[in-house]
Write a protein that binds this ligand. Structure first.
Ligand SMILES: [Zn+2]
Length: 247
């Protein structure tokens, strides 16, 4: 099916290829994740300029050839998200957000809400480096799980349905579990539980605050859910804790 495709896109990755070309990983509202090649982009007089760097929000025309890669024929910038490149922590948070989208949404299946969510995350990181905190990154991942149909059960025990006394999280059971069903679970404190619930319910810009302990529990719940149900590894956002010396 050769032809041209007009689409908005967020640039997830931009990889040097050959003398002057770039391979792009793009996320689009209606065509999911796409791969494209931009030819001659690294020549000084390229008509594409710097518009194909990671985190750019662009409007582009792609030529759909027979292979896996589309060919970029024109590009306009919607938003370069320039300010997020000024700080190491916002660059890192943006790269991790793009990486999580690429890992969880690999196909051309459309998920317009994922496009919107990633655009919002990049806009927040551009507007204020304070959004580079782990809580916002974890709230972003919870919303990705929701979009992927992988949101853990949070309202009642995922094993027996009990609404009270939820004390653990079991990736295998698919969510929070009560004290009688704790078998394969790890502990989830009240605060970690509240973080997961409000991370889904609140806009990304108002991602809840939580203690490091609660964020670590939330991170484990999110990572193990993605690993167990989608076989996707989401690298940690929080630094590993220093090993405790044994006496
Ligand atoms: Zn139970």
């Amino acid at each position: 099916m050769a032809g041209s495709l007009k689409t908005e896109a967020l640039v997830l990755r931009s990889i040097r290829y050959g003398e002057a070309d770039r391979i792009l990983h793009l996320y689009t509202p209606h065509h999911g994740r796409l791969g494209a090649i931009a030819k001659g982009v690294r020549r000084a007089r390229s008509r594409f300029g710097a518009r194909l760097e990671p985190f750019f929000h662009v409007r582009m025309v792609l030529y759909e050839g027979r292979g896996d890669l589309h060919t970029v024929t024109s590009v306009d910038t919607v938003d370069p998200h320039a300010a997020l490149r000024e700080h190491a922590q916002t660059l890192d948070a943006a790269a991790r957000a793009c990486d999580a989208v690429a890992r969880l949404f690999e196909s051309a299946e459309p998920h317009p809400e994922v496009f919107t969510l990633l655009r919002n995350e990049l806009a927040l990181l551009t507007a204020d480096p304070a959004h580079a905190r782990a809580a916002t990154g974890l709230a972003f991942r919870m919303k990705l799980l929701l979009a992927a149909g992988l949101l853990p059960q949070l309202a009642s025990c995922a094993a027996c349905g009990e609404p009270e006394g939820l004390t653990g999280f079991s990736p295998a059971a698919g969510g929070v579990v009560c004290s009688s069903c704790e078998g394969a679970a790890f502990p989830l404190d009240e605060e970690g539980y509240r973080f997961l619930v409000s991370a889904v319910g609140r806009p990304l810009a108002h991602a809840p605050e939580a203690s490091e302990r609660a964020l670590r529990q939330a991170e484990r719940a999110i990572a193990e859910t993605a690993a167990h149900h989608a076989h996707v590894r989401l690298p940690p956002l929080l630094r590993p804790t220093a090993p405790t010396a044994t006496v």
